[in-house]
Write a protein that binds this ligand. Structure first.
Ligand SMILES: [Zn+2]
Length: 441
């Protein structure tokens, strides 16, 4: 299909439409940042998304997540909190049916369908005293909008929503089905995006405006695992006769670090990660244990996040890690009486490599070039995203591409408003070319 015949819009028209709605886009982002959509608390932000999608004239659906239906899927990750009252919000644009014999009318030409997906959940804010201003009170400083979730990835959600709005402003609408998804739990399981896939949402292409202004060429696998260590408790006065659970957990983590170092060695790397500084990270994200200062600790829980390369199955990682923990336990000189349990909650996410030669992704790169005047860059991410559901399990040509910013998962997270506007224009142009356009009904 020659998409140029489907899109009569020029780059300049799209840029002008996006520029004209800049204040609206910023206000929308501020409103979204103010809705603190931490794990389990996504409802107020999702209510905003529902209203936005309705305002675009979309057919809006709320998708309840039925965990029983996800459990047998290879992309499922064990949940952390109940799904009661927590929903994905989906807005569907359906083009008007083609007119018979209307060959001279662009509306007679059917384009290709598209999913634009974003996650509404944000990661914990951490110690608020480290933030320059409160994380859920958006603050603008020049081009930067600060706040938890501003970059990861409410700026991206604003970009795809305002991209469709820009086309409407120009009096047109996509000539193919466009599905906007605002999903929960990208940051810990991906079960929100998985639920959409299993509910039958598919398309000829999918884009996730995650905070990379480059196209994602690969992403790592990510696994969360929990170690529960039970020590040999005694009075602190004779601590040398017992084994503290905290100290033993530290020993196990130190042994795991050796595996992390091994996977980062050049000969163990995946080709997509040969130039990275340190692609594989084992993060000790949370540790909890002990009773008080004068007792040797009886219990310690350590929550870790392990990265691993594309092509490795989560089950293989679990087998390797469990064997390592068993060995490390047995090798400790004072292991007698110490118990170690391993469990999995959250990500059991496989990695992937994207074929950027696919027509949809070439078209996205072309749109980036035509809007920005620069060739699109690509990056192999050292994290995971919901892309795996589209790519690995939906067989949908897909990538991530979104606004630039910094400090995601850290403090003083910010997104560049100019970048968000630029991504909005790129997505609008891509959507117009990929889906084709018809005069708004
Ligand atoms: Zn994200």
């Amino acid at each position: 299909m020659d998409t140029s015949t489907l899109c009569p819009l020029t780059e300049a028209e799209i840029l002008a439409a996006v520029a004209a709605q800049r204040d609206e886009a910023v206000a929308f982002l501020q409103e979204l940042v103010r809705a603190p959509s931490l794990l389990g608390h996504e409802a107020s932000a999702q209510a905003l998304m529902k209203r936005r999608f309705e305002a675009l004239g979309l057919d809006v659906r709320e998708l309840v997540i039925d965990e029983a239906k996800l459990r047998e899927h290879p992309g499922y990750s064990p949940s952390l909190v109940s799904y009661d009252g927590r929903r994905n919000v989906i807005g569907v644009h359906e083009p008007r049916p083609a007119k018979a014999g209307g060959a001279d009318d662009a509306s007679a030409v059917r384009g290709r369908s598209l999913i634009l997906n974003g996650h509404i959940d944000v990661v914990p804010v951490g110690a608020e005293r480290l933030w320059t201003s409160p994380p859920f009170e958006p603050r603008i400083d020049g081009d930067r909008l600060y706040g938890r979730g501003a970059n990861d990835m409410k700026g991206g959600i604003v970009a795809y929503t305002m991209a469709l709005r820009a086309l409407q402003r120009l009096g047109v609408e996509p000539a193919a089905r466009v599905t906007l998804q605002s999903v929960i739990e990208e940051e810990c399981t991906g079960n929100g995006a998985l639920a959409c896939l299993l509910a039958g949402y598919t398309a000829d292409a999918a884009i996730i405006p995650e905070p990379f202004d480059e196209l994602l060429s690969a992403q790592l696998g990510v696994m969360w695992l929990t170690l529960d260590v039970y020590g040999v408790p005694v009075h602190a006065a004779v601590a040398q006769t017992g084994i503290g659970a905290i100290e033993f957990a530290q020993h196990l983590v130190a042994e795991l670090r050796k595996l992390e170092a091994k996977w980062n060695e050049p000969q163990h790397r995946h080709a997509m990660y040969c130039r990275h500084d340190h692609p594989i990270n084992f993060n000790l994200g949370r540790i909890e244990g002990g009773e008080w200062s004068s007792s040797v600790s009886t219990h310690c829980r350590a929550d870790l996040r392990l990265g691993f390369y594309p092509g490795v199955k989560p089950a293989e990682v679990r087998a390797e890690v469990e064997a390592l923990i068993r060995q490390a336990h047995a090798a400790h000189p004072a292991h007698a009486g110490v118990e170690v349990e391993i469990s999995y909650h959250g990500f059991q996410a496989e990695g992937l490599v994207v074929d950027l030669q696919q027509p949809a992704l070439q078209a996205l790169m072309q749109a980036h070039h035509d809007i920005t005047g620069q060739p699109a860059a690509t990056r192999a991410a050292t994290a995971t995203t919901d892309l795996r559901f589209f790519h690995l399990y939906g067989q949908i040509p897909s990538t991530c591409y979104g606004p630039r910013g910094a400090n995601i998962h850290g403090v003083d997270e910010w997104v560049s408003i100019d970048s968000m506007q630029q991504v909005t224009a790129v997505l609008a142009l891509f959507m117009a070319r990929w889906c084709g356009v018809q005069r708004a009904g």
